[in-house]
Design a protein around this ligand. Structure first.
Ligand SMILES: [Fe+2]
Ligand SMILES: [Fe+2]
Length: 344
């Protein structure tokens, strides 16, 4: 089935809200916050805007001291996980525009634009972390581990290939596959990494890094919410695509994502880090996989893993529950009037 790139200037586009479609609609690209077809966008938009944060406002001076004292295993895991996350957020920043150029619902275009901004912010937060705690040589070494570490490269290829497949062959099925790959990246791939950072914090190490991750995690939750809604709307509007066979393929994608994430967690964390072990990682990622499937109306894969085996992760992930002595939780007081030098 065909998918058409959205038009840009299109004075003959539909003005009736009811005619809006996630893809293959006839959009004018007019942004109108007062008349939305997809009303969940209002809540999403407000939440995403309220989540605004600035990476450099988090103090990493304790992390600079702690990094030097990490065990060899902790340091290796820290570096590899960071390298992985940097790659994920970078490819997200680059790919969201591709997805967005096929989305014909203007309010959803807005959400994807905000998401792309946040992914860029995440990339910048990793640069700030590397700049604060590593030497320039270490920094570059960590940045490109995703190219040289075979396991790291392999798992990035799974998502990267699905993104490329849509670019090379723009069909409706490949679009849904790319959207699903995005959902897996956001909802499964980040999670053993997040868990690792919260575990370090639990052990009294790298509090600033954990705080950066907590804000990234909070943004990722809204991205998941967005993609969940996009998938559900696509399904409502294009039921002919979502056959039993295609849905099975989507479930298999989640299965591959879960298996990759577990293999990665075993490789990079394994049984060598205090507070984590292989069984915990496997149980947690299967639990997460179930959550992702259930929220888009697909059958869960691991019925024996419906309870969170690591409730402490949720506590550490909650920006409202964790108070650090150096970071004052603020919500919207970020508007800073910096004097602009007017040289026009
Ligand atoms: Fe991100
Ligand atoms: Fe994201």
């Amino acid at each position: 089935m065909e998918i058409t790139k959205k038009p840009l200037f299109n004075e003959l586009g539909d003005t009736e809200i009811s005619k809006k479609r996630i893809v293959n609609g006839n959009t004018t690209n007019l942004n109108d916050f007062n008349n939305m077809k997809y009303t969940w966008v209002s809540d999403w938009y407000r939440q995403a805007m309220n989540n605004f944060w600035i990476p450099e406002e988090i103090n990493l001076s304790q992390d600079l001291k702690d990094y030097k004292k990490l065990s060899k295993n902790e340091k290796t895991a820290y570096d590899k996980i960071l390298s992985f996350l940097i790659f994920l957020d970078s490819i997200q920043t680059a790919n969201l525009g591709n997805i967005n150029s096929y989305v014909t619902a203007s309010e959803v275009n807005l959400c994807l634009t905000i998401q792309a901004f946040q992914e860029a912010l995440h990339s910048q937060s990793y640069s700030y972390m590397l700049d604060s705690i590593c030497s320039p040589e270490e920094r570059n070494e960590i940045l490109f581990q995703w190219k040289d570490d075979e396991i790291l490269l392999g798992r990035n290829k799974f998502i990267g290939d699905l993104y490329n497949r849509f670019l090379e062959n723009e069909t409706m099925h490949n679009f849904v596959r790319a959207v699903m790959a995005n959902y897996i990246l956001e909802g499964v791939y980040f999670y053993s990494g997040f868990m690792f950072f919260y575990n370090l914090e639990r052990n009294g190490k790298m509090p600033g890094s954990a705080q950066e991750i907590r804000y990234i995690n909070r943004d990722e939750n809204t991205h998941l919410w967005l993609f969940k809604n996009i998938i559900l709307e696509l399904k409502t509007e294009n039921p002919e695509i979502f056959t039993e066979e295609f849905e099975k393929e989507l479930v298999d994608m989640v299965k591959t994502g879960v298996e990759n994430e577990i293999a990665w967690g075993h490789y990079v964390i394994g049984n060598n880090i205090e507070g984590m072990n292989k069984t915990l990682i496997e149980n947690y990622i299967k639990y997460i996989g179930n959550l992702r499937l259930r929220s888009i109306g697909l059958e869960i894969l691991y019925p024996e893993h419906t309870e969170n085996p690591a409730p402490w992760v949720d506590v550490h992930a909650d920006a409202n529950q964790v108070k650090t002595d150096f970071f004052e939780a603020r919500s919207t007081a970020y508007a800073k009037a910096t004097a602009l030098v007017d040289d026009l």
